[in-house]
Design a protein around this ligand. Structure first.
Ligand code: IMP
Ligand code: MG
Length: 183
């Protein structure tokens, strides 16, 4: 019989994540509420599929009155536990970002390649402000320049799964964040 034990050790439990996501939602709301209006809402741009779970929790932790709009962009750059150095999905941005304040929401910041390129692309199509919110920030020497405004947790150089984070498509549905490779 094959083992069905959940792999890895827990780094952050679902309760710890939920508490931190509420704090992030409050912080984002506080810093955007004076500028966002019904006619000019802030755009939360989730990078799929990694940010799927985080984005949906973050969104639901915002006050109902917050002027926010949600968009998702499908990107991929990882194969196994290392980055491929190319991003698929940047070419096909919809034509809605010109003049807008965008907050990119992603699961994890590693080399910075994904977020650096996404930010550049948004500025190139005329976004007036691009901020970044990540749940996890890996403390590794950053290859690409990017400084997120909001970070859930800073973590060492580990490969993690769960809460939307995957290993070749598996384990996204785990409610907590687990470490499967200690680098
Ligand atoms: P970067 O482009 O090197 O910064 O990598 C960022 C992307 O790689 C994230 O959006 C994730 O989708 C993925 N990634 C990086 N580290 C991990 C990890 O530890 N587990 C799962 N996915 C990861
Ligand atoms: Mg990703």
């Amino acid at each position: 019989m094959t083992s069905r034990t959940t792999p890895g050790r827990i780094l952050y439990s679902s309760e710890q994540i939920a508490a931190r996501v509420r704090e992030l939602a409050d912080a984002i709301h506080q810093s955007t509420e004076h500028v966002a209006t019904k006619a000019d809402p802030v755009i939360l741009l989730g990078l799929m599929n990694g940010a799927l779970v985080f984005l949906s929790d973050l969104l639901r932790a915002m006050p109902a009155t917050a002027h926010m709009e949600v968009h998702c962009q499908n990107l991929s750059s990882y194969k196994g536990t290392s980055s491929t150095g190319t991003i698929r999905g940047l070419e096909s941005l919809p034509d809605i970002f010109a003049g807008r304040h965008v907050i990119i929401v992603d699961d994890i910041l590693d080399t910075g390649f994904t977020l650096h390129n996404m930010r550049d692309r948004l500025l190139n199509v005329g976004a007036r402000q691009v901020d970044v919110c990540v749940l996890l920030d890996k403390k590794v020497p950053r290859t690409y320049d990017i400084a997120p405004q909001w970070v859930g947790f800073e973590i060492p150089n580990l490969f993690v799964i769960g809460y939307g984070l995957d290993l070749d498509g598996a384990f996204r549905s785990l409610p907590d964040i687990r470490v499967i490779e200690e680098n």
